[in-house]
Design a protein around this ligand. Structure first.
Ligand SMILES: Cc1ncc(C[n+]2csc(CCOP(=O)(O)OP(=O)(O)O)c2C)c(N)n1
Ligand SMILES: [Mg+2]
Length: 634
């Protein structure tokens, strides 16, 4: 076939529009579009190509490069990684603004294609505007910052390299074990240069995501371990949801009676009402899950990378002989904790285990313990969500109200602050596909909430999306609100104002730091608004920094509903649901000290060993005591 003569950017845009992904016989387009902000580094190359081919690959102008990568991540996660966005930036600051988003994508194993502009391949006009000169290395540019945070990096410094680079990028993006951020840095001159590509490069291409079956001997060994276990426990991670294995998990749990705890990414893998559901496990876990974890003699991790929160910093599993079976498509995760590695797709592995275990059930006493603990936790959730805390409501009551307003398939989105831990414990999940709970807790990146929620809504327009965001997170990245207004992306954003970093304040108090530096206030001497060294003392009215975040959201084009009580909040949520088009911000102030307690979970946060005052010394002593329960699993 004849080669086609195009610019590198035109060829790349046509190629991206022709990529498809297929799993279980269902085929869909891979790229929903391209998000971007133009500058001199991409306006003439990719900008021209996107304009020319706007019917092939829709372009969405964003307001902040980090935020647009978050939009892409929210989208990819909601689509179970079978769909993605490309993100283009200019050279320099536009490009490095995407580095945080790239790390978030890679940590959460979410496919995102980054197309930062790069400085001239010819180097003729160097140094160009925004170029960082590295006197020791003529090949370096700021885009080299993408190398450690991406699963694949290439710089297309000659037009002829495009074909290989584009195919390599697609292989990584569509591989469930390898996926994450992929970066193709595009020098601004190369983007505009002509290249002859084979016509086949631009034709429809299908990337099939095959389900990897478990090796029969590994499956047999895992089944043997489960049969021999007296107190088995499943820990469901994000892999269960991504591989669409929630029905397989329900059936496995129903057939075996083995109770199930959930990580942040795996939260909602089992509906909360399922008889085997213990809910959140680990540092932010429920007493039900954490008590059973302490005694479990076999832990079956499915699609989890065993983060420190999930393992309560290696203190969660205390049975002296506890062993692990790790179902995972990624071999490094399957090998963790010296577990039996069952390298496989979660759905095939769960089905295979259920069949191998036919007729086997967990000890009825263990099953009963799980059911009793789960029921008791349900009562505690009810209590926490209806304390009628005054004068300001508690965050738990806000979560309860949002949970009640959300329909069975609706989605809650969050990322950082005290909200993720509280949601992990309290949220009652109902969606059978596990797509109703979306807390980004791999990078726990403040500012993800609003753009991440936009991505979720773009992927699932038929679901109501409730974004729960603290004042600190809101202030980091409110700038995509005008994008949501422009694109008529409907979100219900619950903005929880507690005047500072409540989560870190509590953490500071737990290490003897009295909340130092976590609470915004106006200093008496008119200097910088920092806390007095004594820490988080009760505030006086005139201390409060006079910001109005509701007015801020209004000024960015959102419809805003201000509420002061839980009753007003409930009414506002109903009004927000009825609102057509665009984002609605429901504003509520809460009591930052009315926290949801920790239930037998622990998190390793080191405390000063010498030199502190009495509260710090006491915290250090408690820390050293708690650290004794940390285990190395061999
Ligand atoms: C980008 C980024 N910077 C810093 C942190 C550390 N951090 C975690 S939570 C938090 C405070 C969040 O404040 P807010 O959104 O108001 O939630 P709250 O703690 O009050 O619930 C900080 C600073 C982070 N997770 N992300
Ligand atoms: Mg706050």
């Amino acid at each position: 076939m004849n080669p086609v003569r195009l610019t590198v950017a035109q060829a790349l845009v046509q190629f991206l529009a022709a990529q498809h992904v297929e799993r279980d016989g269902r085929r869909r387009r891979f790229f929903a579009g391209c998000l971007g902000i133009f500058g001199h580094g991409n306006v003439a190359g990719l900008g021209q190509a996107l304009q020319q081919h706007h019917d092939l690959l829709p372009y969405h102008p964003a307001r902040n490069e980090q935020a647009m990568v978050h939009v892409a991540c929210g989208y990819a996660r909601q689509r179970n990684r079978l769909g993605a966005f490309a993100c283009t930036s200019s050279v320099g600051p536009g490009a490095t603004n995407m580095v945080t988003g790239a790390a978030l994508a890679t940590i959460n194993r979410l496919p995102v294609l980054l197309l930062p502009g790069d400085t001239f391949a010819t180097r003729t006009p160097h140094p160009v505007l925004q170029q960082l000169e590295a006197p020791h290395d003529a090949t370096a540019s700021v885009n080299d910052c993408f190398r450690p945070v991406c699963r694949y990096f290439d710089r297309v410094s000659r037009p002829e390299q495009l074909v290989d680079a584009a195919l390599a990028a697609m292989r990584v993006l569509t591989d469930p074990a390898e996926t994450g951020a992929v970066c193709l840095a595009l020098p601004e001159d190369v983007q505009t240069e002509a290249v002859e590509v084979p016509a086949a490069f631009l034709e429809e291409r299908i990337w099939t995501v095959y389900r990897r079956p478990p090796a029969p001997d590994a499956l047999a060994r895992a089944a043997e371990l489960i049969r021999a276990a007296r107190r088995p426990l499943v820990v469901a991670g994000g892999g269960v949801v991504y591989s669409e294995a929630t029905a397989a998990l329900r059936e496995f749990a129903a057939a075996t009676g083995i109770p199930v705890g959930e990580t942040q990414a795996g939260r909602g893998a089992l509906p909360s009402a399922h008889p085997s559901a213990l809910g959140a496990i680990g540092a932010t876990g429920t007493p039900a899950a954490n008590r059973l974890a302490r005694e479990a003699d076999l832990v079956i991790g499915v699609g989890t990378r065993w983060s420190d929160f999930t393992t309560a910093s290696k203190s969660a599993f205390q049975d002296p002989g506890v062993r692990f079976v790790n179902v995972n498509v990624a071999s490094p995760d399957a090998a963790k904790h010296a577990g039996l590695a069952l390298e496989a797709d979660a759905r095939l592995a769960l089905d295979g285990l259920r069949e191998s275990l036919a007729g086997h059930r967990a000890d009825p006493e263990w099953e009963r313990r799980a059911a009793d603990e789960a029921a008791a936790w349900g009562v505690e959730v009810e209590r926490l969500c209806s304390t009628a805390h005054a004068p300001l409501p508690s965050q738990a009551e806000v979560i309860g109200a949002v949970n009640a307003a959300a329909g069975e398939r609706d989605v809650v989105v969050s990322a950082a602050g005290s909200m993720p831990g509280d949601l992990h414990k309290l949220w009652r999940s109902t969606d059978p596909d596990g797509k109703g709970y979306h807390v980004e807790y791999g990078y726990s990146c403040m500012g993800y909430e609003i753009p991440g929620g936009m991505g979720v809504k773009l992927a699932a327009p038929d679901r109501e999306v409730f974004v729960m965001v603290g004042d600190g997170s809101y202030l980091m990245l409110p700038g995509e609100l005008p994008t949501a207004v422009a694109e008529r992306i409907k979100l219900v954003i619950v903005l929880v104002q507690n005047h500072g970093y409540a989560s870190i304040g509590a953490l500071s108090r737990s290490i003897g730091g009295a909340g130092y530096g976590t609470h915004y206030r106006v200093a008496e001497n008119g200097m910088l608004p920092v806390d007095a060294p004594s820490g988080d003392a009760p505030e006086r009215e005139h201390d409060r920094v006079p910001v109005d975040l509701a007015a801020n959201a209004e000024s960015l084009g959102a419809r805003v509903l201000r509420t002061r009580t839980v009753e007003e909040l409930r009414a506002a949520l109903e009004e927000a649901k009825a609102h057509a088009g665009g984002p609605v911000v429901v504003y509520v102030e809460t009591d930052r000290y009315a926290a949801v307690p920790s239930y037998e979970g622990w998190w390793d946060v080191p405390v000063a060993q010498v030199g502190g005052d009495e509260p710090v010394r006491a915290a250090r002593a408690a820390y050293e005591e708690a650290r004794r329960s940390q285990r190395t699993y061999l």
